[in-house]
Design a protein around this ligand. Sequence first.
Ligand code: DGY
Length: 418
Amino acid sequence: MTDTLDRARATLRANDRGGYTVPTARLYPFQWNWDSAFVAMGFATFDEARAWREIERLLEGQWGDGLIPQIVFHAPSDNYFPGPEVWGTRHAPPTSSITQPPVLAPAARRVLDTATNHGEAEARMAAIYPALLGNHRWWQRARDPLRTGLVATLHPWETGMDNSPAWDRAMARVPTTTTTVVRRRDNVHIDPAMRPRAEDYQRFIHLVDCFRDAGWDPARMLAASPFRVADTGTVAILLRAEQDLLALSRRFGSAAEQAEIADRIALQRAGIATLWNEQAGIWMARDLIDGAPAVVGTSAGFLPLYAHAAEAEQSRRSAATLTRWAEKVRFLVPSTDPADAAFEPLRYWRGPIWAVVNWMIADGLDWAGQPKLAARVRADTATLIDTAGPWEYFDATDGKEAGGADFSWTAAIRLLMG
Ligand code: DGY
C-alpha cells in the first residue's frame, strides 16, 4: 500500500515540469486541461501549494473569452502532433483552440475543502474563482447559445474520449481530407493497436483545419463544424461543475452570480434528462446535427450519476446495466459496453478502463445509493494500479496495462482512493 502510494507521488513529481504536470513523458509533453484537474486533486493529498500551482498554470492558458484550452504548450517539444504551429493561435503561452471536459471547478473545490492551510487555500481560491465563472459562461455562450440545456462538443478531443464508438456515426460525416499534413507522433511512442486508427486522425485534423478556417471564432466554429454532439461525459461533468461552482460562489461570489449559475443548472438538468435511453438503461450521446442518439453504451453514459442528475429509477437501472457489464469482463469499468460489437479491449477509448472515469463513476454510484457497486469500482481500480503500476489505461478482460506508463492522472486517482 505504502509502496503504491509512494510510487504514485513519485510519478507526479517525475512528471512535474515546473508548476505544471505532463500526463506522461514523451507521448504528452505539455499541460492538458482535464488531466491537470485530476492531478491537482492528487497533489492536494500531499502538497497543497503544488496543487494550487497546477490550476494556476493551467489558467495561464485561458483565453480572454473564457475558453480553457485542451492543451497549454508551455515549452516546445517535437514529441507531439499537432503542436502549436498547427493550432496557430496567438495566445501566450501558446494553446490549442478547443477545450476538454470541465472538471476544474470540482477539482478546485476539493482542493479547497481538503486543505489544511486554510488561509492560503481561501486566498488562492478567491483568486481563481473569476476564471472558473468566466469559463462556465463561455460554455453557455459558445456551446449552447440557444439555451437547449445541452452544450455542444465540436471535436472528439474535446470529449477526452477521442475514438469512442459513441462518435463513429457522427465522425463518418467528417471528411478525411486535410490541408495540414498529418505527422503522427503518438504511434512512435505507443503500439498503434492501442491508439486511434489512421482514418480517425485524418478526421481529427480535418476538424482542426475547419476551425482554423473559421478563425477560431466560437460562433463560426459551432456553425461550420461537421461534428457536433451532446457528449454525456461533457454534459454531465459540466452540470456537476456548475453545482460545485455554485457552492464556491456562495463563499467567493455574489448573489447575482449564484442566480445565474442556478439558472444554468436548471437548464442543464432538463437537457441531460433527454439523453436517457430507456431501452438500454444508460444515458447516451446525441448527434446535434441530425438529432440521432448514439447506439452504443460507453462509460461516459454513467457520468450523469456524477452530476447527481438521475431519478431513483434511472439510478437503479443504470446500476443494473453496469452489473450486466461486469458479467462480461474481469474488471470495471470498460469504456465501451463489452457486449457491443464495437468493444476492443486494448484500443484507447473503445474498451480499456480509465482510472479517472472510474473515480467519477464511483462518486456517482455512492450518490445514487449504490455503495457496493461504488466499492467494487474503486477496488478494481486500485487492484489494477497496484498490480501493474499507474498506466494510462487497462484491459478490462485481464487487467493488462496499456498506453503510456507512469501516467499522472492514474497516479492522482490512486492517491485519491487512499
Ligand atoms: C491525443 O492527442 O491523443 C489527445 O487525446 C488529445 O487531447
